[in-house]
Design a protein around this ligand. Structure first.
Ligand SMILES: NC(=O)c1ccc[n+]([C@@H]2O[C@H](COP(=O)([O-])OP(=O)(O)OC[C@H]3O[C@@H](n4cnc5c(N)ncnc54)[C@H](OP(=O)(O)O)[C@@H]3O)[C@@H](O)[C@H]2O)c1
Length: 328
């Protein structure tokens, strides 16, 4: 029921195939960006001061880009990015739409333009938390905050710009719970994370559909599995059962480093191979194939994360909640 598979969505994912990028799960962000001309380019990375986002920021800066990092903890962000040339921090909390508006207005006032946005900030498996008028926190932070940010920054996105939604194979866990998006009953932290990650994929699908004619493209990515501060809300005694750590204490096979985890996002933000494939969901630096099973380490894309009707419904709800729709 929460993971609908319409014939149209099944057909959409069935058409998806890797393109043969030459990169793979072990590729790093630096390898993906080797030879990519980023001098004079500006990329915004939410969450660009921790985990995968920090690795993406460092690699983009090394490749010559100016990297703008909106942060809910600006001092921490400034510390993490000290010595990274071209990285700039500004205050913004995705859980606070006023702060998103202030950040976006300041950015627009500065006259800067954006070549790409990597929307990587996120929370996972939190205890039940309410944001703003009572919205469920995963949906509000991971999705609604980014909806507002991208739509407010639309005037700064150059022709040919790309928006990358950092989703997850966590989308396997839930489609959109259209009749109870905010978990008015039956809160479950993993279902809430899963719904928000499906929302990230659907956001990219619909943004691309709206923006393509104006030269704006969007992609969703699953970065892989990487141990970062993202797991902080999950008690340590649950980690072994979740397969995040082996009995000897080491990360399990198939996990990536942050530098490998950042690779698909920077690839999606820059690779010419993706021209003509807007709206797709990517993993391991390529378009993801349809998910063949339920193993999140193997990944792939499920139909409810590629459902155009659900994506249009989500956009309308998000525009209504945030009060922003740059395409209306
Ligand atoms: N790690 C994985 O295995 C994995 C797998 C699949 C998908 N992902 C996705 O990858 C993305 C990055 O994850 P990560 O592993 O790099 O996690 P991370 O190290 O915890 O980084 C998340 C970032 O998001 C920021 N953030 C959280 N709430 C925010 C808010 N309200 N406003 C602004 N920024 C906020 C955090 O800021 P603070 O430090 O101030 O909290 C942090 O900088 C997430 O979207 C996650 O869902 C990760």
């Amino acid at each position: 029921m929460d993971r609908p598979t319409t014939p149209e969505a099944l057909a959409e994912v069935a058409a998806r195939r890797p393109l043969g990028s030459g990169f793979g799960p072990a590729s790093t962000a630096d390898e993906v960006l080797a030879g990519v001309p980023l001098t004079g380019r500006t990329v915004l990375v939410t969450g660009g001061y921790s985990g995968l986002g920090l690795a993406a920021t460092r690699a983009l800066a090394r490749a010559g880009a100016r990297v703008v990092v909106p942060a809910r903890r600006p001092e921490t962000a400034a510390g993490a990015l000290r010595g990274v040339p071209g990285a700039e921090v500004a205050a913004m909390d995705l859980a606070d739409l006023e702060s998103v508006r202030r950040f976006a207005e300041d950015f627009l006032d500065s006259g800067s333009a954006l070549d790409a946005m990597i929307n990587g900030a996120g929370i996972m498996a939190c205890p039940e938390t309410r944001v703003g008028p009572g919205w469920e926190a995963h949906f509000a932070v991971n999705h609604l905050g980014h909806h507002a940010l991208v739509n407010r920054l639309r005037p700064a996105l150059r022709h040919g710009a790309r928006v990358v939604s950092v989703a997850s194979s966590g989308h396997f866990l839930s489609g959109l719970r259209r009749d109870d998006i905010d978990f008015r009953s039956g809160y479950d932290r993993w279902t809430a994370y899963g719904q928000s990650k499906t929302a990230n994929a659907l956001f990219a699908l619909h943004l691309d559909a709206l923006g393509a004619a104006q030269g704006l493209h969007a992609f969703a990515v699953h970065p892989g599995s990487i141990l970062t501060p993202l797991q902080r809300h999950v008690p340590r005694d649950e980690w072994e059962g979740l397969g995040w750590v082996r009995p000897d204490g080491r990360p399990p096979a198939g996990f990536k480093t942050p530098e490998q985890g950042a690779a698909t996002a920077v690839w999606a933000a820059t690779s010419p191979l993706l021209d003509g494939h807007g709206g797709t969901y990517c993993q391991d630096c390529d378009v993801a194939a349809p998910a063949a099973g339920d193993d999140m380490l193997v990944g792939g894309v499920k139909p409810w994360a590629a459902d155009r009707a659900a994506a249009a419904w989500l956009w309308e709800l998000s525009a209504e909640r945030t009060g922003v729709d740059a395409f209306a």
